[in-house]
Design a protein around this ligand. Structure first.
Ligand SMILES: NC(=O)c1ccc[n+]([C@@H]2O[C@H](COP(=O)([O-])OP(=O)(O)OC[C@H]3O[C@@H](n4cnc5c(N)ncnc54)[C@H](OP(=O)(O)O)[C@@H]3O)[C@@H](O)[C@H]2O)c1
Length: 322
């Protein structure tokens, strides 16, 4: 049942609420009449440390906690930091849920990841397949750290009657995404490459892998709507995918972005670099059936908005050499 009105009286914490995805979740909460939303910054409350988690919930007693903080990045960042990604994501999630339980938080929403799925999951990925194998090696430490929250959520519901839910958004994109060279995901990385090559009149761009893997992308604003709908309407520890069910190969994605950005040069594939998981495409029917979530932004529309934002953003790197 919808309890949109009751957001007005609820105290809500959104960890990671100043980050890319978290900022969309905060905006969606305000859209749905929330008033009291607190966003802890890492500099104030380091949630990897137990002390930071305890202090956060002491300083800001909450009815709901949406955990959207994370230590994240693309394949390169995951490969360079497997230990850090494992430790920080695990410690943040496990400690937050424990402290939320002890402090009487009514509900926790955990933002998980499809990197938790086994490497060779049958497509489309259904939630029942989550435990059928080991994740793709480059993102396994990150994916498995987040996956432990599924176990914690179920165990806490069983033993303590604690209400937490776990959502698994597919790869997100949209305005305000991270375009940093060392930590961006594939869409911002390709947009930036195409834009810089065009500005410098370069004849080619080099992309990782062979272009054969497929991915699915969800517009961050749509995903945030899914998170808030789940907060309103869903109360079970069974994980739920958030996606669009549209699969695109990296090769086609790069062509589409190059076209939208106006880069006409050659696309070279560096096959010494990893492809990552071979295919990714979700079955998103559970989210629609359980809490009425359906993503409405078309991929082309979302991509154009993202590119437009980047090209006109103050975050666009100034140092492009012409
Ligand atoms: N981006 C995607 O494609 C995607 C897809 C599926 C799931 N997710 C999940 O969505 C969440 C957000 O991802 P994102 O892409 O939005 O990342 P992001 O932009 O890097 O934001 C991460 C946020 O986490 C906070 N954070 C990190 N370490 C922290 C710590 N030790 N203590 C307190 N806060 C900390 C940061 O706070 P400060 O700003 O204060 O540093 C930042 O606001 C992650 O859990 C990720 O697994 C993302």
């Amino acid at each position: 049942m919808d309890n949109t009105e009751s957001f007005k009286k609820k105290k809500i914490i959104v960890t990671g609420g100043a980050g890319f995805f978290g900022s969309y979740i905060v905006a969606e909460l305000f859209k749905k009449s929330a008033i009291d939303v607190f966003v802890p910054r890492r500099s104030q409350y380091n949630l990897v440390e137990k002390e930071g988690v305890v202090r956060l919930l002491k300083d800001h007693p909450a009815d709901y906690l949406i955990h959207a903080a994370g230590t994240v990045g693309g394949i390169g960042a995951n490969r360079a930091n497997p230990g850090l990604f494992f430790y920080e994501n695990l410690m943040m999630g496990v400690q937050l849920m424990e402290e939320a339980r002890l402090r009487g938080v009514q509900k926790v929403v955990n933002i998980g990841t499809i990197c938790s799925y086994p490497k060779n999951t049958e497509v489309p990925f259904r939630e029942e397949s989550l435990w059928c194998g080991y994740p793709e090696e480059t993102n396994a430490p990150y994916g498995l750290a987040k996956k432990m929250l599924l176990v914690q959520s179920k165990a806490y519901r069983e033993q303590y009657g604690f209400n937490s839910i776990c959502l698994l958004p597919v790869n997100l994109y949209g305005p305000r995404d991270n375009f940093a060279l060392d930590s961006s995901h594939v869409i911002p990385a390709i947009i930036r490459k195409c834009d810089e090559a065009k500005e410098k009149n370069e004849r080619e761009i080099v992309c990782w892998g062979d272009g054969s893997p497929t991915r699915e992308f969800l517009y961050a604003e749509d995903a945030a709507e899914g998170v808030v709908l789940a907060l309103q309407r869903y109360n079970s520890s069974d994980p739920v995918n958030l996606g669009t069910c549209r699969e695109i190969s990296i090769r086609d994605l790069v062509r589409l972005i190059a076209d939208f950005v106006g880069f006409n040069g050659k696309i070279v594939w560096d096959q010494s670099k990893p492809n990552g998981q071979p295919r990714r495409c979700l079955d998103a029917s559970r989210a629609e059936a359980l809490f009425g979530f359906k993503a409405l932004t078309s991929f082309e529309q979302g991509l154009k908005r993202t590119i437009d934002w980047y090209l006109h953003s103050s975050r666009r790197p100034e140092q492009v050499v012409k």
